[in-house]
Design a protein around this ligand. Structure first.
Ligand code: PPS
Ligand code: MG
Ligand code: MG
Ligand code: MG
Length: 382
């Protein structure tokens, strides 16, 4: 864990504890969603799903950051808002969120944090969610939160992540990525060859599935770390143990494993297929929901992550912030398709992104992949 006196050490220490708590919250909600025939899964205006977990994590993280940092002035850029939750017909949903948040905060002492003196009321929870309405920008400190990244994976009982990053003066300074269904050891996963998604080797109820991990890194340290996920209902002593992450040394593109989004609608699978065949790639793609793709690169389970959204889609900073700093500190390189670093200083979106995102486990491989992207792009646009 970070030294207390180091820059951002206090913030990182707090963020890691908060992400552990959020992961525990998500695990409980996911279990109830998967076991119930129908759960609280709603569709947003863009048809993407949102659940009790998305709002509950946002409220919990917001409350904890405000409580332990600069109070209400803490700036948080996050995905969810309270529009749907505040509607009269959403009363039962809102009360489920209120209960979920209070249950989670009551566990804070297990993570070495103080819980609220009184149970939080509905208005406090709505306020905590809506307080995360910062738009970021080039100056000042902004926390960047994706409460549940890969909500589709979450509702399918599959992979998802809790992602918390910090930007200062437009630069990423730290990232924490909680991956509740991504086991500490790659050997505990196998590939489901039908759909190429990461699946556990055992059913979701097993210990293996429950053993997720939390990764974190501070900019400029050259180190990224991983802790086993802590479960709220088990006995443990904080601090948690951590192991150093190392991205893969493979620099031959034909030997690489590619990661990409599961949904064709979120990334151009045909382009990556063409790219893969142009470089003689042997391995099947690892199609996995959420920022677990960045986690896979950071810890050497895969070498390349490519996301080329349809033209006109603007990538949001919370879908990348935590993952990018962790990959880079583990030895990887993340840029757009033109080889330029991602720009987190321009508000909610990665403005000026050239085509899409290319994350690789090291600089030599990255150069080669960018070259191959250029060649494939030219030939696919002839
Ligand atoms: N049309 C479109 N194109 C590209 N990206 C989109 C699109 N719609 C949504 N999103 C964002 O993708 C986030 C999930 O990315 P994934 O890589 O997990 O996608 S996938 O589920 O594996 O297909 C997802 O994050 P969450 O909403 O946090 O799940 C979205 O922010
Ligand atoms: Mg997301
Ligand atoms: Mg999300
Ligand atoms: Mg979403």
């Amino acid at each position: 864990m970070a030294e207390k006196n180091d820059k951002y050490g206090k913030e990182l220490d707090l963020a890691v504890r908060i992400v552990h708590m959020a992961c525990s919250l998500c695990q409980k909600v996911q279990q109830s969603l998967v076991s119930a025939a129908s759960g609280h899964v709603l569709a947003k205006d863009d048809d993407s799903p949102v659940t009790i977990a998305d709002w509950s994590v946002q409220a919990t993280v917001s409350w904890l950051l405000s409580e332990f940092l600069e109070g209400r002035s803490v700036s948080i850029v996050a995905e969810e808002d309270v529009q749907t939750l505040s509607k009269p017909e959403a009363a039962s949903l809102l009360s489920a969120v209120v209960n979920t948040v209070n249950e989670c905060l009551a566990e804070a002492p297990k993570y070495g944090l103080q819980c609220p003196k009184k149970v939080l009321g509905t208005s406090q929870i709505l306020e905590a969610i809506s307080r995360c309405n910062s738009t970021g920008g080039p100056t000042g400190r902004h926390w960047v939160l994706d409460p549940v990244d890969g909500t589709l994976g979450f509702v399918r009982g599959d992979q998802y992540a809790v992602a918390l990053g910090l930007i200062e003066d437009g630069k990423l300074v730290l990232g924490v990525l909680g991956c509740p269904n991504y086991p500490m050891k790659k050997e505990l996963l196998n590939y489901n060859h039908q759909c190429n998604q990461i699946k556990p080797t055992s059913p979701p109820s097993s210990d293996i599935w429950q053993k997720g991990c939390v990764m974190y890194a501070r900019r400029g340290t050259g180190q990224a770390w991983m802790q086993p996920l802590i479960h709220g209902d088990t006995k443990f002593e904080w601090p948690n143990s951590a192991t150093l992450l190392q991205a893969s040394p493979v620099d031959d593109p034909s030997q690489a494993t590619f990661c990409e989004p599961v949904e064709k609608a979120n990334s151009n699978h045909l382009f990556t297929e063409g790219l893969a065949s142009s470089i003689g790639l042997k391995n099947r793609p690892m199609r996995v929901h959420s920022m677990v793709k960045y986690a896979a690169i950071a810890r050497g389970d895969a070498e390349v992550y490519i996301k080329f959204a349809r033209s006109g889609y603007k990538e949001k900073i919370w879908d990348h912030a935590a993952g990018v700093v962790i990959v880079e500190e583990a030895g990887g390189v993340v840029t757009d398709a033109g080889g330029r670093p991602l720009d987190f200083s321009r508000g909610l979106y990665l403005e000026g992104l050239d085509r899409g995102i290319v994350a690789c486990s090291g600089p030599i491989l990255h150069d080669k992949i960018i070259g191959a992207v250029y060649a494939s792009w030219d030939s696919s646009n002839l």
